[in-house]
Design a binder for this molecule. Structure first.
Ligand SMILES: [Ca+2]
Ligand SMILES: [Ca+2]
Length: 218
């Protein structure tokens, strides 16, 4: 039984590499990975580094079209500072984006709340995945490995076409602890890494020219 469970978890992990989102969810990439003993996922970055989160909504398993969703981003300004956040062209074709509030919260957090509403005549069907926003940050001198969330997304409310609140059908939150990486490993921070093997493969492939290209694309 234990072997079967191990195989199942390995299979799940493998599936996760191909299709990270396997149920209705709100999420971001890079999701990081476990780099230490505290339970939160970690991402190694360097002070001064610019990087981009890709925010995604997944409606796998829902039974009705999604009409609107409201989410909250909490970020720690001592470790990462927001440069710019924008709706993606793909999402802009379907949704209107309304920034509801962006509130500094002592000692160092800012909490942003955003509402996406489907445009008239458009639909966002079940079993769809959409990168709906990008958010570019610069890593700050306060970067530290403290096991606390530096970046968190929470789905506050999801409403379907029949005006039902379907929030409970989603995986509604994800967190990440940014932390320093040793010299020479900073390229890891540019990537969404699922596994250590993926990390080593990608790290080998990441030539300086590609790194520059990544930055420009962001
Ligand atoms: Ca951790
Ligand atoms: Ca941190």
């Amino acid at each position: 039984m234990k072997t079967l469970l191990t195989q199942l978890s390995i299979a799940t992990a493998l599936l996760g590499i191909v299709a990270p989102a396997y149920s209705a969810s709100i999420s971001f990439r890079p999701a990081g990975q476990q780099l230490d003993s505290d339970p939160m996922n970690d991402l190694g970055v360097s002070v001064g580094q610019q990087f981009t989160f890709f925010l995604s909504i997944d409606t796998t398993g829902l039974s009705s079209n999604l009409k609107s969703f409201t989410y909250r981003i909490t970020r720690d300004n001592t470790e990462i500072l927001l440069e710019v956040a924008t709706i993606t062209p793909e999402a802009d074709a379907l949704f209107t984006r309304n920034a509801i509030s962006d509130i500094p919260t002592p000692p160092s957090l800012t909490v942003g709340t955003v509402l996406y509403e489907i445009k008239p005549g458009e639909t966002f069907a079940p079993d769809s995945q959409l990168d709906f926003a990008t958010a570019t940050y610069v890593v700050q001198p306060g970067l530290v490995n403290d096991g606390l969330a530096d970046y968190q997304i929470e789905l506050i409310e999801a409403i379907d076409e029949q005006d039902n609140n379907i929030t409970s059908q989603f995986v509604t939150s994800q967190t990440l602890d940014l932390q320093p990486v040793p010299e020479g490993s900073s390229t890891l921070g540019f990537l969404a890494l699922g596994t250590l093997s993926a990390a080593s493969t990608l790290k080998r492939k990441l030539k300086p020219s590609q790194k520059d290209k990544t930055t420009v694309l962001n």
